[in-house]
Design a binder for this molecule. Sequence first.
Ligand SMILES: *[C@@H]1O[C@H](CO)[C@@H](O)[C@H](O)[C@H]1NC(C)=O
Ligand SMILES: *[C@@H]1O[C@H](CO)[C@@H](O)[C@H](O)[C@H]1NC(C)=O
Length: 405
Amino acid sequence: MGGHNLVLIIFSVFLLSSSAYASRVAQFLASGDFDVTSPKYGGKPNTDISQPLANAWKDACAATTPSRVIVPKGTFQLKGAVFKGPCKAPITVQVDGILQAPPIEAQLANKEFWVQFLEVERLTVSGTGTFDGQGQNSWKDNDCNKNPNCGGLAINVRFDKVKNSLVRDVTSLNSKNFHFNILGCEHLTFQHVTVKAPGDSSNTDGIHMGRSTEINITDTNIGTGDDCISVGDGTRQLTVSKVSCGPGHGISIGSLGRYDNEDDVSGLNIRDCTLSNTLNGVRIKTFPASPKATPASDIHFEKITMNNVANPVLIDQEYCPWGQCNKQIPSKVKISNVSFKNIIGTTSTAEALKIVCAKGLHCDQVVLSDIDLKLSGKGTLTSHCANVQPTITRVPPPLACATKA
Ligand SMILES: *[C@@H]1O[C@H](CO)[C@@H](O)[C@H](O)[C@H]1NC(C)=O
Ligand SMILES: *[C@@H]1O[C@H](CO)[C@@H](O)[C@H](O)[C@H]1NC(C)=O
């Protein structure tokens, strides 16, 4: 065989195989995409796409190869959505448009939430789009400080029993209640997510979780009217990194110890975060008179920058909002192995560090190191500790448990 022929054969084999490959890829992309605005689903901008979206999810979830539900750029109304698994293959919900919830609570398809991902595995929620809860009219109903029958407003986006999944790039805007709620999930990452609501929108926690393991929140920007991140009972192995928070109420473990069916909290790492103009910094709060002894342990806050933050470092085992509990009976939540390391920046309250543990129970293995906060407001910097003997290194005297009980 001549050299020319050999080259020709190799070249045509290459051509054949590469075009076969290209068409396989094209076929794969085409068959895997379920666009709500395609003729099959018929979604149109500025109309309600609840049904088109439900139909697209149903088909995508039944696909045996990886699939993608697409909400393209544009504004769409949505009364509600339940994305229920299990699905047959990995599935992506790509939101590039703006999804708007009904501004009136009664018009939602479901009372407790707007969008729910339920029992899905290998899910990716991505895109440059927005889940707009249109909660502006609802916040006044979150009047729990004066009304014991308050609340019950819809959560923007819920994740229930979702595993091995990723939420990335999307925005949650002006939710009626919590923005994101994570319950019973495993190995779920939030990456480069944005949460936006005004500082005075009540009860609009950014990301709340409970009974979940291996949650990872990273590179995320949260500005809202309540806790940026709140960690409920039963959370284990949580990593929060590169989160910026503000406005908001800070990053909070708890409240814990309020109900009698609570689970332990352990293995929480919160690091490389920045809080700006928030009502609290990093805190652990537990109710007094807790019905059950559920420990909270192995909780580490590291490299946190505070910009004009009130109560930057706080453990409060007498947390009792709205005076609905008996502060005389100590909390039963045992707090141990907690560290606050490398906490710098400015505090807007003179009492910059407060560690008030439960009487008789005490907090164990609390470490304070490299804490350096300057007072941005008036007064004299100070700190208070009770029922705890922390190990303190490189913390200036005003911040090193200046007063003790
Ligand atoms: C969390 O996610 C980030 C970004 O994907 C990654 O770099 C980091 O390793 C993850 N951390 C854990 C504990 O999974
Ligand atoms: C404290 O927490 C760290 C991190 O979770 C863990 O590795 C360590 O074993 C804990 N220490 C004790 C004494 O439990």
